[in-house]
Design a protein around this ligand. Sequence first.
Ligand code: PMP
Length: 340
Amino acid sequence: MHPSTRIQSIVDGADDGWGVFYRAREMKAAGQPVIMLSIGDHDIKTDVVILDAMKAAMDAGNLGYAAVEGSAGLREAIAQRIKSTRARGATANQIAVTPGGQSALYSAMVACLDPGESCVVLDPFYATYSQTVRAASARAIHVPCRAEDGFQPDPAAIEAALAPDTKAILINTPNNPSGAVYTRARMEGLAELCLRRGLWLISDEVYDTQVWDGPFISAWDLQEIAEQCLLVGSMSKSHGMTGSRIGWVAAPGPVQARISDLLIATNYGIPGFIQDGAEFALRHGAAAEAGIVARYRDRRAAGLEALGNGPGFRVVPPQGGMYLMLDIRETGLSGEDFAN
Ligand code: PMP
């Protein structure tokens, strides 16, 4: 007996860059003084006011099955958040709550792509993207974003790379790992391309609160792409809630309804008390959120100062997000060898 080809191909021989992370984790567990730089977790813990709201919800008995697509209150709070931060509004029935932005990404892939179809993924990209595309039985077409172009997406290069079966473009702004915040011109170019070629635009914007050098332009700002845009959001980074697994996908209503079908078949909702804590955080957690942003702004400055003149590498100053990408070409090493 063998597991399905599909599940065996989620990790496709290589480790998709996770090897150094697993190795560092083992070294740390063995007591070696390793500082983990490979994963975007917080040392800043979820604020006590948010934890108190979660505990109150547990004490009140919100411990049963919760609304699979998210509670009405949380979906409304997410819609409000989108409305207050994006040019275009959102309604609660466009929101599906997922266990983290990661599940939102997978849901968006399954919603947009049939098995065997392809999705443009801009390189460099966040480490789970490859597995996410494969888990949806789809294929990634990698299109590079170039250093000399500030790691901005290039609509002409993307168009040249499209295959007849390409159905979606996955973008990420602010970008992990490059730190690029996509300009209005590039976002409008992507929207124009998606409209003209009939493509979904899946926009991962989980770092939207960490913009150091804006303006930040969301795919959800662009009215013209409204019917074919899926927005991925999360509270992991904005509210220090990585372990709570709270994310969402915002999508045109009919797409949202199909994603809810998928959530029935996969996660069957996330715990109600966590949803209540998340709703509280969105409605009343502004101070906690602002505190996280301020600390990452300071850390960005400290990181640039500390690493700016390192031997053999150059820091790419991030316009957004919680990472510093290094240009290591001078070392002559591959990225993986350098990380190891
Ligand atoms: N997208 C990007 C670009 C990320 O960096 C991450 C987490 N590192 C995620 C999505 C998913 O985060 P989560 O599932 O915790 O919301």
